[in-house]
Design a protein around this ligand. Structure first.
Ligand code: HEC
Ligand code: HEC
Length: 231
């Protein structure tokens, strides 16, 4: 039952997202956003890359996330649909225009191509890669492939499905736990909550580590020059 909802959920989510996007469609100004983001630097850093804090709360990378996704999160935190004692006061400081502005500012920043820890070469039996690309269809699991929504190599799709690649492991893990525990309940149709509830601890750690070590941007092969192509 749940699976049918998830499988057909994508189209529905896209529909929902466009409704939300139009409700929040304020034009953002990256230059004004830089001013408003002065206080954010303490945690999200001047380059928008945040920081993984193995012994505490990790600060997510914001650089290069879609503006509409960033704006949605800030509205969700303000409204309590996403509970974070750390972020709430900072989200509350921003009015709707400032949210649009800081979102434009961070969306324009280039993420680091990759986080310092390099992922080991893919092995066909790699359990994390399997979960990311095929899901886990064991009887009690029924977990769809993450990349079905988050895109090839977890690069993200549009403004609704955020990139997971190149995001800090501690942060990814905290979000999966937040959905499972009910602290984050801002996902359309409970798409992520339903999945997080079915992941076990080991899978959560494994998949968070996996995505953190994937490059934030896929290398695009150089277009062959016409001279090289010439017979
Ligand atoms: C004291 C540290 C701190 C400061 C300052 C701070 N943040 Fe955050 N931010 C966090 C933490 C921690 C999270 C993760 C919250 C959670 O677990 O849900 C977060 C999450 C976010 C997210 C969600 C990212 C995602 O991938 O979903 C956005 C967007 C964000 N912050 C924007 C801002 C902006 C804009 C400012 C400044 C106005 C700011 N933050 C200031 C700590 C901070
Ligand atoms: C059916 C679609 C779907 C599938 C499958 C899916 N996700 Fe998601 N995921 C979403 C959506 C939608 C969001 C954004 C929710 C929001 O608006 O806050 C999201 C957000 C996330 C985030 C938060 C990112 C951030 O920046 O805060 C994490 C972590 C995540 N997903 C992990 C996973 C993992 C791991 C899997 C596979 C086990 C997975 N997702 C499978 C739809 C999906």
């Amino acid at each position: 039952m749940t699976i049918i909802r998830i499988a057909s959920g994508v189209g529905l989510v896209l529909g929902l997202a466009s409704v939300q996007a139009s409700a929040q469609a304020l034009e953002g100004d990256a230059e004004r956003g830089q001013q408003a983001a002065g206080v954010c630097v303490a945690c999200h850093q001047a380059d928008g890359m945040g920081m993984d804090n193995p012994n505490g709360e990790s600060w997510p990378r914001l650089a290069g996330l879609p503006a509409a996704y960033i704006a949605k999160q800030l509205h969700d935190i303000k409204a309590g649909r996403r509970e974070s004692a750390t972020m709430m006061p900072f989200a509350n400081m921003l009015d709707d225009q400032q949210i649009a502005d800081v979102s434009a500012y961070y969306a324009e920043m280039a993420p680091w191509p990759a986080l310092p820890t390099a992922y080991q070469p893919a092995d066909p039996e790699d359990a994390a890669e399997w979960l990311a690309n095929r899901g886990d269809w064991a009887e009690d699991a029924m977990i769809p492939a993450c990349n079905q929504c988050h895109g090839p190599n977890g690069q993200g799709v549009g403004a609704v499905f955020p990139p997971l690649a190149g995001q800090h492991a501690g942060y990814l893990q905290a979000q999966l736990e937040a959905w499972r525990d009910g602290a984050r309940h801002n996902d359309p149709n409970r798409l992520m909550a339903g999945i997080a509830e079915r992941l076990d601890e080991a899978q959560i750690t494994m998949i968070a580590d996996y995505y953190a070590t994937l490059p934030a941007t896929l290398a695009v092969p150089d277009a062959p020059s016409s001279e090289e192509d010439a017979p």
